[in-house]
Ligand binder design. Structure first.
Ligand SMILES: C[S@@+](CC[C@H](N)C(=O)[O-])C[C@H]1O[C@@H](n2cnc3c(N)ncnc32)[C@H](O)[C@@H]1O
Length: 297
């Protein structure tokens, strides 16, 4: 039987360790305040992650090596969040997640929902009261499922911090051919990710090759996962009034020289104290896991 993929074990572990560390420090910091706290996991999964997992691997019996997933880790944080919302569009994932977590002491704080993360998170952002409530959103998709309108809704709360596994390599860099051609459906999904079609000029440069495959004459690909992530950071800066971590401070993730993802961090609350705290905690969470995993080059 073919060996399952374990290559991205360190990436997955690093991502989960950063988030767990951040959530733990966040809760410690906010437990001394009167603020209520909410954790939203948009792509919650089943509660455990088969190493090297793709969407198909999630329920594969042959994948034996697993890590506790983001939802499981978040629910184990002490002190716990007041409320947790775990979202996954696959019922099988939510059923497995509930079965895994139902006997935990804080399970009565959990709401689970089988739904598209975009719709659910936008509804939460619009309908909740944010005056005395703060929280953290994790967007950990496999690909280009996060719509820009969802990012805008999170930013508009001025209350939520966002960890976003942005698929700069997988869903941007790898969807653009070297000759500058982009399949229509990929183009549309890149536009949904960024909430603009400005990338259509930003990610191309003049070429001496001429008019190939019907593309405008003289276009060639001029984007890397890194520059795609930088472009997203600039987009985030337009809407997150708190701030966004610089690319150099974030973590590239994936098995290849060209990272599939960057773990981005943005915070919506513009208050100076909130900004100081968010930056300090995010940097500390990343540094703490650098010590364990080594800083990627
Ligand atoms: C990378 S996995 C999440 C892993 C999880 N964060 C963990 O650490 O255990 C991505 C999950 O997103 C779910 N998913 C895919 N598209 C979705 C969507 N539009 N809305 C909500 N969930 C979605 C998949 O079913 C899958 O469980």
């Amino acid at each position: 039987m073919a060996q399952k993929r374990f290559g991205s074990a360190d990436s997955t572990g690093r991502k989960l360790d950063v988030i767990e560390k951040y959530l733990s420090m966040y809760q410690k910091a906010l437990s001394n305040t009167r603020l209520q706290t909410l954790y939203i996991d948009g792509f919650a999964g089943s509660g455990e992650v088969p190493l090297g997992a793709s969407e198909e691997d999630l329920f594969d019996e042959e994948v034996k090596t697993v890590l506790a997933g983001s939802a499981d880790r978040a629910l184990s944080i002490s002190p716990p969040f007041l409320r947790y919302v775990f979202i996954d569009k696959r019922k099988k994932c939510i059923d497995a997640l509930k079965a895994r977590l139902k006997d935990r002491p804080n399970f009565d704080r959990v709401e689970t929902t089988v739904e598209d993360a975009n719709a659910k998170i936008r509804a939460i952002c619009e309908n909740e009261q944010w005056r005395m409530q703060r929280g953290v959103v994790l967007l950990d998709p496999f690909g280009s499922q996060v719509e820009w309108a969802t990012i805008e809704a999170i930013a508009a709360t001025k209350a939520l911090d966002l960890w976003y596994l942005f698929p700069a390599g997988l869903s941007v860099f790898r969807q653009i051919a070297n000759d500058g051609t982009v399949h229509d459906s990929h183009g549309d999904s890149i536009t949904r990710l960024f909430g603009t079609d400005v990338w259509m000029t930003a990610f191309f440069a003049p070429s001496s090759q001429g008019d190939l495959f019907g593309e405008p004459a003289g276009n060639r690909k001029n984007v890397t996962p890194e520059s795609a992530a930088r472009f997203m950071i600039e987009r985030l800066r337009n809407v997150f009034r708190g701030g966004v971590l610089e690319l150099e401070e974030t973590i590239p993730l994936g098995r290849h020289a060209y990272p599939s993802y960057y773990l981005l961090f943005a915070w919506a609350n513009p208050a100076p104290k909130a900004t100081e705290l968010a930056k300090k905690l995010a940097r500390a969470a990343i540094r703490a896991t650098d010590r364990k995993h080594g800083r990627p080059v």
